[in-house]
Design a protein around this ligand. Sequence first.
Ligand code: 5GP
Ligand code: ZN
Length: 113
Amino acid sequence: MECVFCRIVAGELPSDTLYQDEQIMAFRDINPLAPTHVLIIPKRHINSLADLSDDETQIIGHMAEVANRLARQEGIARKGYRLVVSSGEDGGQVVPHLHMHLLGGRRLSDRLC
Ligand code: 5GP
Ligand code: ZN
């Protein structure tokens, strides 16, 4: 298995896991860009947002719901936070396993990119 996030799901690589259920998992980013930087991923390998089929879009809502809950747990919900999903090369996606970034705990740039 080559995919780094699939290896985390399988327990082959360690992670600082904050949440998991049958469908998704959330763990801290290894190279945090903000005081709170959490990755929320589907456990099943999906390459990117662009590869999500029409009947799988529910998982994005579930990922956002868990991200909101984790933002409250991290104490950043009131001041604000950002959810980011990069898709494909031009989107800046580096790890080819669908993931959502939860970023917060400091004032983020007004610029999106
Ligand atoms: P992308 O640029 O693909 O949207 O984000 C990939 C993210 O995965 C990066 O922020 C990177 O730091 C994180 N990452 C890459 N490998 C690992 C790992 O093995 N463990 C954890 N926790 N995060 C990782
Ligand atoms: Zn994977």
